[in-house]
Design a protein. Sequence first.
Length: 259
Amino acid sequence: MKFKKWLGLIVLFLFTLCAESKSVHVAVAANFSNTMKSLVKEFEKTSDYQIALSFGSSGKFYAQIKQGAPYELFFSADQAKPDALEKDGLVIANSRFTYAIGRLALWSARPDFVNKIETKLKQGAFNKLALANPKLAPYGAAALEVLTSLALIDTTQSNWVMGENIAQTYQFVSSGNADLGFIALSQLLGKNTLQQGSYWLVPNIMHHPIKQDVVLLRSAKKNQGAKAFLDFMQTNRAQHIIAEYGYLASNSLNVEHEL
């Protein structure tokens, strides 16, 4: 009986160990949430590994990882935080690369704002302007650069409503609490995505490039699933999905779109 008991415990231990090794815990910047869900769905079609996703602001993830949060991959919305983690020795050497370059859009869900987005912003003809916290979210920092280049900081600041991350910023606009909002273009594009209103694609020259880097964290040293998913991110199929959601490496034109 004792032998059977010990055998059962060993089998349970091995099963648990195997199950744990098949899981990959991934921290993902909020702007990349829709894109990442599609990528994971595609990856898991031909893989035995399961990807567990957590979405939020890059700034908060950075702080959590510094405190020992059990993530194995970190998809940041910028380059600065992966760079800092790398310098702190929390990243596996040579794992870091740019997985996407984000594009900023000024969006309104109001049908009467179609073809008037940029004009409404410059005229101050709106109730609230939503943007992500520039201290936490790179897209918020880019929005601040745009407002600075347009000399609109002083005239619009009293009407700002600030989200903790780009997902919350999106909610301010979609709910009607803000007429306008600076969000990621990827939040408006992609499969199964249909939004009301229109957006102005902000010219890249109005802000620094939003280069988004991923790193394999030190906790993933023995996790083959994390390495496999990182390899998948560099395949043509993954790059095609990323492009479908509006991430492009080249400069884009100043264009107004109706959805």
